[in-house]
Design a protein around this ligand. Structure first.
Ligand code: GDG
Length: 483
């Protein structure tokens, strides 16, 4: 195979400066793990924004950053403060993100933000055009870069382009709201392979293509004058072994070397036999359904006085996009609900909701996964939701219960979870009760089945499948042209 280049909004490193000297810290996210497993094999580059606004640094500092990134096989696309504001915070996070998560009332329709989106996509496309050799492969990620495939394809048809969307693709009736819907679709159709987490998103996309352009669709192929575009679903997995092994390791760590989080959680369980911990982890985002979750937990406590004092919700809300108004309001709403529940049902030695507004190191995350009896995952919309998968992978004794929203992509792989509609707070409150009362043998039966599935289709298999499909897309195209 020729070279394969990865393109994503952010490069897989964060950059910090000490006395004008930059240093790189690799990101440990799922995407970086999956991509590292494929892109190093193909000697490609990783193209993306390094995460710093270029006009806040001197020329010398930027050159030093570029040098470090080059050593890691990365090519930066530099963005200035205004571009970050209009492109990333603006069109990406205030237009596409809310629309694709069905929050149409939050969408900003500003032509100036759209212009910034075009310009930044053009910068990414230009960097790809400078980097890719004859016949190379390119894998573009996510909603920030939907115009890139067409921008590259129109100049270099020899490059085979894959695109993967990490968020939902909404139904046509929602997608059509966007004034720039035709341009976005045309941008995506520059790719040779378009991938989604689930078949539903794939179906919504194809329905938009048919209704907006009337192109011929044959099974999962779009036929447009002289080109065939493959459209398929690839549910993203996790690095299963990493979570499983980290969870195993926790229980082999000598007591005095254990983290504070671990010791505190253990103390909680030692207080009495009937204690339960329910876990909630997400970025603080309106798509994640955090207020609904809190209200459902409140209902559960209201209806089950016997459980007061014995059931605690551990809520980790990771700061996200906190300069955007909707996110600020959400933070206040969540804090108010936490305060209300703790005020109503708390006592000197019982805090119903343990709320943390921060991110935690990987080690603590796994401790939470492995020590909480229930994972409560209630997004109102979520492309996939990797937290649900990580929880299952960390259950080394196969106990634990997942309560999961039918609006999250992950539900398609979690038939053994308790599935709820996140807008039905009564149903969620009942699901909490069902989860903490579930017999041990049933927990084991359900978790084992999910573990088996997630172990087999991990992030490495996901990345490999996509790359194989990309190679197939080239073959299909070549054969079609030869006819
Ligand atoms: C987007 C889509 C799709 C969270 N808190 C901490 C922490 N995390 C890690 C988790 C997990 C990741 O962040 C979150 O992934 P999700 O899938 O749950 O959600 P999004 O960030 O919204 O991701 C989503 C995903 O892309 C992949 O395609 O599933 O639908 O919205 O891996 O472990 N990690 C650490 N500390 C934390 O406090 N170390």
């Amino acid at each position: 195979m020729k070279r394969l280049h990865i393109v994503s909004n952010r490069l897989p490193f964060s950059i910090s400066f000490e006395n004008d000297n930059p240093s790189l810290e690799p990101s440990v996210g799922g995407l970086a793990t999956g991509m590292n497993s494929v892109y190093k094999d193909f000697e490609g580059k990783w193209i993306g924004w390094p995460g710093i606004a270029s006009d806040t640094k001197s020329r010398k500092e930027l050159q030093a950053v570029d040098r470090l990134l080059k050593e890691e096989g990365c090519k930066p696309v530099h963005l200035c403060e205004q571009e970050v504001e209009d492109f990333y915070e603006g069109f990406c996070n205030n237009t596409i993100w809310p629309l694709f998560h069905y929050f149409a009332q939050y969408v900003d329709f500003h032509a100036s933000l759209w212009d910034a989106y075009i310009n930044v996509n053009r910068k990414f496309a230009d960097t790809i055009l400078e980097t890719a050799g004859q016949g190379d492969f390119v894998w573009v990620h996510d909603y920030q870069l939907m115009l890139v495939p067409q921008m590259v394809k129109s100049q270099r048809p020899d490059i085979t382009i894959g695109f993967f969307l990490h968020i939902p693709f909404p139904s046509y009736e929602v997608f059509r709201i966007l004034p720039w819907r035709d341009e976005l679709l045309r941008g995506l159709l520059g790719a040779d392979l378009i991938g989604f987490h689930t078949y539903d998103y794939q179906r919504h996309f194809l329905s938009s293509v048919r209704r907006i352009f009337g192109y011929e669709i044959v099974l999962n192929e779009v036929h447009i004058d002289g080109r065939i575009i493959l459209v398929d679903s690839f549910p993203m997995g996790i690095d299963y072994d990493k979570f499983y092994k980290a969870a195993l390791n926790i229980f082999h760590t000598p007591v005095k070397e254990r983290s504070e989080v671990h010791n505190e959680l253990e103390k909680y369980f030692l207080m009495s036999d009937g204690k339960h911990l329910i876990l909630s982890i997400d970025r603080l985002d309106y798509s994640k359904g955090i207020p609904n979750r809190l209200r459902a937990f409140e209902k559960f406590l209201e209806r089950n006085p016997d459980y007061r004092g014995n059931v605690t919700l551990v809520m980790l809300a990771v700061p996200s996009r906190d300069n955007v108004d909707h996110y600020k309001k959400l933070k206040s709403e969540v804090e108010e609900l936490v305060g209300r529940i703790n005020g109503l049902y708390g006592s000197i030695n019982y805090t119903p909701v343990l709320y943390f507004y921060r991110s935690m190191p990987f080690q603590n995350l796994v401790e939470l996964y492995s020590m909480c009896d229930v994972a409560l995952i209630t997004p109102v919309r979520d492309g996939m939701n990797l937290v649900a998968k990580e929880y299952v992978a960390s259950r080394i004794n196969q106990t634990g219960v997942v309560v999961v929203s039918e609006m999250a992509g992950v539900v398609k792989e979690m038939g053994e979870a308790i599935i709820i509609n996140p807008n039905d707070e009564d149903q969620v409150a009942e699901a909490i009760q069902q989860a903490i009362e579930m017999p041990h043998s049933e927990q084991v039966r359900r978790i084992s089945a999910m573990q088996e599935r997630l172990r087999r289709y991990d992030v490495f298999k996901w990345a490999k499948d996509f790359v194989n499909a990309l190679q197939k897309a080239r073959k299909v195209q070549t054969e079609f042209l030869a006819k």
